[in-house]
Design a protein around this ligand. Structure first.
Ligand SMILES: O=C[C@H](O)[C@H](O)COP(=O)(O)O
Length: 159
């Protein structure tokens, strides 16, 4: 994370765009956030862009984090599952779908996830907004007992 604050990505497919736009607005006024990159989709996109399948969104977010352009991402699709699967295809990326407070906490403190995903068709908007706020407040402790478990993943991937 940048010392000046967290650098975040938000993204969604067509099924998650409304939640993505609300979270984007929330993050832009959050003092813990240094920068937010909106990777789309957006309602004013051309139709072929707006209906882009969810794997493109998840992979793009994962690649930006892998390449150091951002610290973490919050992604949406209908269920949150598709964008999580896609982001997890990028080496070094740990993405989790979570719709409850405990899982949101553990996704960082246990798993050092850089990507949180949620489903617009699954969770209410106000809960999604709360969970996003909570999630960016957690930081993984590399000296915790969870670190050696995460290391099994990074060793497997060689990154
Ligand atoms: O995981 C997939 C997402 O929920 C996506 O937004 C919807 O995909 P579908 O149209 O294949 O159900």
């Amino acid at each position: 994370m940048s010392p000046a604050g967290i650098r975040l990505i938000v993204g969604a497919d067509e099924a998650g765009v409304d939640y993505k736009d609300q979270i984007l607005a929330d993050l832009r006024t959050d003092p813990r956030v240094a920068e937010v990159i909106d990777i789309g989709v957006n309602r004013d996109d051309a139709p072929e862009q707006f209906t882009k399948p969810y794997p493109y969104v998840g992979i793009a977010a994962g690649e930006l984090i892998r390449d150091g352009q951002a610290d973490r991402a919050i992604l949406f699709c209908g269920t949150g599952i598709g964008v999580a699967i896609a982001a997890n295809k990028v080496d070094g990326i740990r993405a989790a779908t979570a719709h409850d407070s405990f899982s949101v906490e553990r996704s960082v403190l246990s798993n050092d996830c850089q990507v949180l995903t949620m489903g617009q068709r699954v969770v209410g908007l106000e809960l999604a907004r709360r969970l996003a706020r909570e999630w960016i407040g957690y930081t993984f402790d590399p000296s915790s007992a969870s670190a050696e478990k995460v290391k099994v993943l990074t060793d497997f991937e060689g990154c």
